[in-house]
Design a protein around this ligand. Structure first.
Ligand code: NAG
Ligand code: NAG
Ligand code: NAG
Ligand code: NAG
Length: 713
């Protein structure tokens, strides 16, 4: 049902473009075709590696076939009846009079619905026309996701190879330490292209184009004013799409429409400057087309390596005349960088840049500066705002109904509708736990940092040193552990395998006690298994309230919890799932209870366990286990981690590591890390206004910059 989200996500495909000047001779172009197997299997890939790189550097596009379970035709057939009737459909008239109707959705990092977005209910009248589409599209979108990741994984592995080949002195002599491709403000690294794609925003649109029959719409390519969509390159990393397909309404068919075949009218400009019309094949395939992100931050990142310059492909669409009962249907998945990642040039998060681009108040030259790599000089901008019933909050259009508020409800209370956090503060474009709520905006303050722990900052010069950490470890154990592993230099995990599959273990953290948690990630759970994870967590107080944090007059406790399957914030899962050990007042500073215990002082924190598993989930004592852990040493709100990591333990061999030894070159099963404990939802606002800006300056060619709203081909 996600497709029919009332939170129509977004839109913003800002595009930058050079307007075609000469379209005299147009020849047919057949893009490189690869099978998914050729992309994924190393040996098969080695045979076509050169072709692959040539296609990306010369053309900027190629196609992937043999994608299991794609069946794109069944989705394209089923979408027309739904798009005609669904309330969620957005409509836009393009420059040549073509009417484009759109259903939008998105896939968020970890493949789950983003935080704050519940599964929308499909209005009953939509259900009749859309059920077939919804069913078919779920499967199709998953298959498109597989192809997206396969491409990202392959390109990441190719780029890694060239990066590792760079001169040894380029990165402080350590060839293995690569500079992350992108990072967040608080230092979380998106290591490589795959990491960026997997944690990026995937905006998905189903478009249906219908051009009213008129004399002027006949064969008009080259007269740029008549192109349906002008020449441009897409914003973002790349787009995955189905070649435009003509469908005819057909009430007698089960799907409601029948496929008439591929449509012409899609043009690209190749690296030799030639303009060609793309002839796609009749395979059940998807097209990958690179976007302006390659110009802006991918190519520059690899400039000191042997990596080829990869090419954002300029393209345009000119609708081919069709019958009144026919439409051109299309699916596209635009892959944008993670919302919280920082743009290396603009020093702003991609989420913030996106907000700026869609904000009508942003001066035009600023929009051009942030949106595009080229020195483009004119633009046509269609900005976006949130549709009725939603509010722009944390880079997303959040549903008011789901948060139990509306403009009216707030007005009745003499308050304003605003994007706020649990502490009654206003959203300040940073990340955190924000949602639509009623507040007196004139009195409310912007979001501030959390109040600190009473003993923060710790004395890390004399009291809290490496030596005293060792002493803390010694003093707080009954007997030594058999095995131990250092975790990123900030924590230690130690264990002994006892009889009957019991593990005696300890996670000791070189930091103050804000909280400390250790758990087993949930297979397939969002945020790489954090959502739905079964964990033990030590908290420094009680009576948790997201507005005021823990009541520190209540003694600490350690309990089992299950993290909410969709929502990261502690307030959504702060009830323990089993009674653990409450730490009594008298021994609050060092308690060994049954099962779980906490030890802490004004420098360090440790949790211990003696158990066969967490929350009934047994340790894999005859093999190995993967744990995630997180800690906060600053505040008592359990809203963020200040440290987190992974632990991979082989109980049998007694070996462990804080990173997975993996060759993520060709399996697509790359182990990425969760970006942050609290992460913004992905998606931006929906269309509302548009304007055309003036052209300044004179170039030999008329360069134009178009910021177009929907992804469009
Ligand atoms: C809050 O931040 C915004 C910019 O994000 C600024 O315009 C506004 O003046 C700030 N308000 C207060 C009360 O500081
Ligand atoms: C000591 O604490 C201060 C303040 O929290 C911090 O800026 C500094 O990096 C710390 N030094 C070490 C060695 O951890
Ligand atoms: C721990 O304290 C909570 C209240 O803070 C109580 O509900 C729970 O039963 C206690 N558990 C034990 C084992 O005493
Ligand atoms: C247990 O560990 C073995 C060895 O690493 C692994 O192959 C197996 O998949 C693990 N089982 C579970 C249930 O995690």
């Amino acid at each position: 049902m996600k497709v029919l989200s009332s939170l129509i996500p977004p839109i913003l495909a800002a595009t930058c473009c050079a307007i075609a000047t000469d379209a005299a001779k147009v020849s047919a172009f057949h893009p490189l075709q690869l099978s998914l197997g050729q992309l994924v299997n190393q040996q098969e890939f080695d045979l076509i590696r050169e072709d692959f790189l040539n296609a990306l550097s010369q053309d900027g596009l190629f196609t992937i076939r043999d994608i299991p379970d794609l069946h794109k035709q069944s989705v394209l057939e089923a979408m027309q009846p739904c798009i005609n009737k669904a309330k969620a459909t957005q409509e836009h008239t393009l420059r040549d009079g073509t009417r484009r109707r759109t259903l939008a959705t998105h896939t968020s990092p970890g493949g789950r619905t983003a935080e704050g977005i519940r599964k929308p209910s499909v209005p009953s009248d939509d259900q009749v026309h859309c059920q077939g589409f919804v069913d078919a599209s779920e499967r199709f979108r998953a298959a498109a996701g597989v192809a997206t990741n396969a491409f990202a994984s392959r390109l990441a592995s190719v780029l890694r190879t060239v990066e590792d080949g760079r001169p040894a002195d380029a990165e402080a002599g350590d060839r293995r330490r690569r500079r992350p491709l992108l990072a967040t403000r608080d230092g979380h690294a998106f290591e490589d292209f795959l990491d960026v794609v997997k944690n990026g925003d995937h905006l998905e649109h189903f478009h249906s184009y219908h051009t009213p029959v008129s004399p002027s719409s006949s064969s008009n390519f080259g007269k740029t004013t008549d192109d349906t969509i002008e020449w441009h390159v897409d914003q973002g990393l790349f787009i995955v799409f189905t070649p435009g397909t003509l469908v005819r309404e057909d009430p007698s068919s089960a799907a409601g429409s029948t496929i008439q075949g591929l449509t012409d009218g899609f043009y690209v400009r190749l690296s030799d400057g030639s303009t060609v019309e793309v002839e796609f094949s009749n395979e059940d395939d998807l097209v990958i087309l690179l976007g302006d992100g390659f110009n802006q931050y991918i190519n520059p990142h690899y400039q000191d390596t042997d990596a080829p310059l990869l090419r954002a492909a300029p393209h345009a669409l000119s609708m081919i005349p069709h019958q009144a009962d026919e439409s051109r249907v299309w699916y596209g998945r635009m892959v944008l960088p993670p919302v919280m990642a920082i743009h290396p040039v603009h020093d702003e998060t991609f989420g913030r840049l996106r907000d700026m681009v869609v904000d009508k108040d942003t001066p035009e030259d600023e929009v051009i500066a942030v949106a595009c790599s080229s020195s483009a000089q004119a633009r046509e901008l269609q900005t976006t705002t949130c549709e009725a019933g939603t509010l722009l909050c944390w880079h997303d259009c959040m549903s008011l109904e789901e948060h139990g508020v509306s403009e009216d409800i707030c007005t009745q209370q003499g308050l304003d509708l605003w994007c706020i956090n649990p502490r009654g503060q206003l959203w300040d474009n940073t990340h955190g736990d924000f949602f639509p709520g009623c507040i007196d905006a004139s009195k409310a303050e912007n979001a501030t940092e959390f109040p600190r722990l009473p003993n923060y900052p710790r004395d890390n010069v004399t009291a809290c040193t490496a030596e005293t950490f060792q002493r803390f470890l010694q003093d707080n154990q009954e007997s030594a552990y058999d095995h131990s592993v250092d975790l990123d230099g900030v924590a230690v995990f130690e264990w002994t395998v006892l009889e009957n599959n019991v593990i005696r273990g300890r996670l000791a953290y070189d930091g103050l006690f804000g909280y400390l948690a250790l758990g087993i990630p949930s297979v397939g759970g969002g945020k790489n298994g954090m959502h739905g994870a079964e964990i033990i967590m030590a908290i420094p107080g009680g009576n948790y309230d997201a507005a005021v944090g823990f009541d520190l007059t209540i003694p600490p406790s350690i309990n089992e919890y299950v993290i909410d399957p969709e929502k990261s914030s502690f307030r959504f899962w702060d009830t323990p799932v089993s009674i653990g050990t409450n730490v009594s007042e008298s021994s609050a500073r060092n308690t060994m209870g049954d099962g779980y215990a906490i030890a802490y002082d004004d420098c360090f924190t440790a949790i211990t366990f003696e158990s066969t598993g967490f929350h009934g989930k047994p340790f894999n004592v005859s093999g190995s286990d993967h744990f995630i852990w997180a800690a906060n040493d600053e505040d008592y709100f359990a809203a963020y981690h200040t440290q987190r990591g992974h632990i991979y333990v082989n109980w049998l061999s007694g070996e462990a590591s804080d990173h997975h030894d993996h060759d993520h070159a060709d399996d697509g099963g790359h182990e990425e890390e969760e970006p942050t404990t609290v992460e913004p939802p992905v998606s931006a606002p929906v269309a509302s206004s548009s304007f055309v800006a003036t052209t300044t300056g004179a170039n030999a060619f008329a360069f134009g910059l178009i910021l177009l709203l929907l992804i469009h081909l």
